[in-house]
Design a protein around this ligand. Sequence first.
Ligand code: PMP
Length: 371
Amino acid sequence: MIEMNVNVRSIEPYKLVSQDIWRGKQNIIKADWNEEFFRNKKVEKVIINFVKKGLYSYYPDVEAKELRETLSEFHSIPINNISVFNGSDEALDVICRTFLNQGDKVVIRNPEYTNFYVFVQSMGAVLLKHFQKNPFVLSKNDFLEYLEREKPKMVYLSNPNNPTGILYPKEFLKSLIENFKSTLFVIDEAYVHFAYEKIEDMDFFLKLSINTSNLIVVRTFSKLFSLAGLRIGYIVSNEDIIKALNLIKKPKNVTMVSQIAAREAIRHWDFYNDKKIEILKAKNYFCNKAAALYFVKRVYNSNSNFVCVEVKEEIDIHKTIEFLKKEGVYVRDRSYIPQLDRIFRVTITGFEQVEQILNKFYKLENRVLNK
Ligand code: PMP
């Protein structure tokens, strides 16, 4: 075989979830990839109208002008501070390709969103995982000391974190950004909508990034906005960083269908906000019920739309996940991630889904108790 790129050769690939949903199994409960699942008729209408006009034959608006205008108004930030991407994964990849050189240090706090590791490693940069005593509790001092020691080129944090669901305190993160001026902070806010009630709180770092030299905020339409399949995300940062990213970003990569759907979604923020409130209630209900089960050691409630479930020592986690899958409930195995052994993650999409998942949990519980 032709020799591969030296950095790509040694990459540990991102572990994908089951693709059964696309293989004819449509009745499954998909709680494995943190997608929300609900329909917005207004969004569907603009997509259908666009398709009917046949305008998909043209390349999309390479500037995503109207979507950026809508985002600019929604966040009250200038349009030139926004760049739109084919999902936040693409945005993260472009960030790494724009800023990382061979050997550069990139710090994450374990555990993190593992797909990001691939983007770092493909640049030949060094991924430094900071392990703390308890992955579900942030030790600020340890993290600070680690950054002082390593002086990395980049720090990547999903906030709220995927998979723990913890939220980094605003003032702490802000002080890191201010104190490590030569480090580029990439804050991935895929789940930020679930963490706060008020838009002002959600947009804290987004606003800060406009006039900060070393901060990039990444957002997506894949979670609360329920548009994962349309692949759309965006970056907010200072103008110089946006210009730098635009040098290599693929301009034709965000389809017009995605752009108009995202724009329509933003216009109906109240609809999504109501959905969020329902999801969070369902999540709390799920946590209470699941925590009472024998096979469950602990449920980690989160600041997001998912929770981590830890099974007891005597329970085989792989068999548990396999059992749930056979019953049609697909959850995300996190047990191979250091510090998360015996943990799987469950995406919460609403009360009906939670009841369905709990029913399978009760079935599992009966099996365990009757053994
Ligand atoms: N960032 C985080 C933290 C995520 O959890 C995910 C999806 N699981 C992504 C980014 C990718 O989102 P997108 O669909 O926008 O590429």
